[in-house]
Design a protein around this ligand. Structure first.
Ligand code: MN
Ligand code: MN
Length: 499
């Protein structure tokens, strides 16, 4: 416990210092906190006055703790943040870093906006203080990876996509913006708190900041490991703002509370299964994998999310069975689809060989056998294509995207794709899954006007020809994704000799 100069103990003044809401006299509460930016249901300050979260950080404590974190990371960057440190790493792992670095840091910047809105329109001063620290946290989560990756751009131009992705019309950027703009920029503080703090941060970010950090450690990438861990300590604190907001909504409008948890769990799940699922099960070198993505999900998402939903007095999302099936199948299907469309992204892909496939089969006994034949066909094509491998194992037709999540229509299993359609006000829509369709149906005014890649092509706003589309996506010869070995794998060479 720290003492102030007057000798008061922290717990003697903290309650007073955290509750600095004054009584309004010449304006009323609704003018200061209008419903639109403050969130529904609109309740008086009186209803929110007991809002509390466990960290109860003061500004002095915040500055001291954060300063120590910055100093530690800065020292590490001097030792481990140079090109030569990254040159030593496995190239598939570098692809995992490129995927993380492009999708997360600018989303963190959107989270600054979401937190600042709560820092102004949160309904108690304790909430507003926690949100202000949250905004400062998210700013460092933007700046640290931008700074680290900037060093690498001169060595490998694909790292330029750390900053570039969100400013392009690349299909991954369209999907990522569709998610983070709604989650972090559009949402009012109540939806933001439940969606971002309770679902996204408490439910999922441990996959990336703890699980992927464990892989980074095994790969020998200490810089990335320590960066993720430093970020995670902030997430663990500011995500606690979500529980008291959710508790209030459960009390006042349980139906909407359930809807928001269901919606954001599904949307967050799709995002993490693409980013973390691919990084863990395909881009982490096989001998360095500590566990499968599914095992991380079981450990970090399933147990914890199920109990926190129960504690909040809510039910599991209605699509829980579909979610469990998706844990087995979805990211495998996205990865193989993206492999055959790899020139459209900014990182390189590995073709899983016999050892990787054996590992995947062991980890995903219910799903991998239906994926394996696709890899086998691609391996055969690689053998036949020789030096022309890039285009011989690549698709040329624009692929279909979900009108809600904007990701490839890869839901379901090999036997039964879960894509489904809807006509809304005379216009056709397609979705990767039932949960995506139901979210759209509940809030069509939010989503109906958005154009996915195919709709843009049909409207003449994007080219259909693949090479032109790559340019439109912001990719050059140097930056577009390739097969990591140019199809030249030792296990394929062996096969060739035996044939
Ligand atoms: Mn963050
Ligand atoms: Mn956060």
């Amino acid at each position: 416990m720290r003492n102030t100069r007057r000798g008061l103990k922290r717990d003697q003044w903290i309650d007073l210092a955290r509750c600095l809401d004054w009584e309004l006299t010449y304006v009323d509460e609704k003018q200061v906190f209008p419903e639109l930016p403050s969130g529904r249901p609109w309740l008086s300050h009186e209803a929110w006055r007991d809002w509390d979260e466990p960290y109860r950080t003061t500004y002095a404590e915040y500055v001291e703790t954060q300063h120590a974190k910055e100093v530690a990371l800065d020292q590490l960057r001097d030792e481990l943040g140079r090109v030569e440190n990254f040159e030593r790493l496995d190239r598939a792992w570098l692809s995992a870093i490129k995927l993380h670095a492009a999708t997360l840091p600018l989303a963190e910047f959107a989270a600054v906006v979401g937190n600042l809105r709560a820092g102004r329109f949160g309904r108690t001063s304790a909430w507003r203080t926690a949100a202000t620290f949250g905004a400062l946290d998210e700013l460092r989560h933007t700046q640290i990876p931008l700074l680290l990756m900037h060093e690498l751009v001169r060595w490998d131009p694909q790292f330029d996509w750390t900053h570039r992705l969100f400013h392009t019309e690349n299909w991954v950027a369209i999907a990522a913006r569709h998610l983070v703009d709604e989650l972090l920029v559009l949402a009012d503080p109540i939806e933001f708190s439940i969606a971002t703090h309770f679902v996204f941060e408490t439910g999922f970010t441990n996959l990336q900041f703890v699980g992927l950090a464990a892989n980074a450690h095994r790969v020998g990438d200490r810089m990335f490991e320590k960066m993720l861990q430093s970020i995670q300590t902030d997430e663990a604190r500011h995500s606690q703002a979500g529980n008291p907001v959710l508790a209030m909504l459960v009390q006042r409008d349980p139906e909407r509370a359930q809807y928001l948890v269901d919606k954001w769990f599904w949307r967050s799940w799709l995002f993490f299964s693409v980013v973390t699922g691919i990084a863990m099960d395909y881009l982490t070198p096989l001998p360095r994998r500590s566990a499968s993505f599914k095992e991380f999900v079981e450990e970090w998402v399933l147990d914890q999310f199920q109990s926190s939903v129960k504690e909040a007095g809510l039910a599991l999302p209605w699509y829980w069975e579909q979610f469990l099936q998706s844990v087995e199948h979805y990211h495998h299907r996205v990865y193989v689809s993206a492999y055959t469309y790899r020139a459209t992204v900014w990182f390189d892909f590995a073709l899983p060989g016999p050892d990787e496939r054996a590992w995947l089969r062991e980890k995903y006994p219910r799903a991998f056998d239906s994926i394996a034949p696709i890899w086998e066909r691609l391996a055969e094509r690689c053998l036949k294509a020789g030096p022309n491998v890039e285009w011989h194992t690549h698709g040329f037709t624009p692929i279909g995207f979900c009108n809600l999540c904007q990701l490839v229509l890869s839901g379901g299993t090999a036997e039964r794709n879960t894509a489904n359609t809807l006509v809304h006000e005379g216009a056709p829509y397609i979705f990767c899954s039932e949960p995506c369709r139901r979210v759209f149906q509940r809030e069509p005014e939010r989503y109906a006007g958005h154009k996915d890649v195919v709709k843009r092509i049909l409207a003449g706003e994007a080219p259909a020809n693949l090479l032109e589309l790559l340019q439109h996506f912001g990719l050059s010869q140097e930056t577009r994704g390739r097969d990591l070995q140019r199809g030249d794998y030792p296990w394929l060479q062996q096969r060739k000799l035996m044939a």
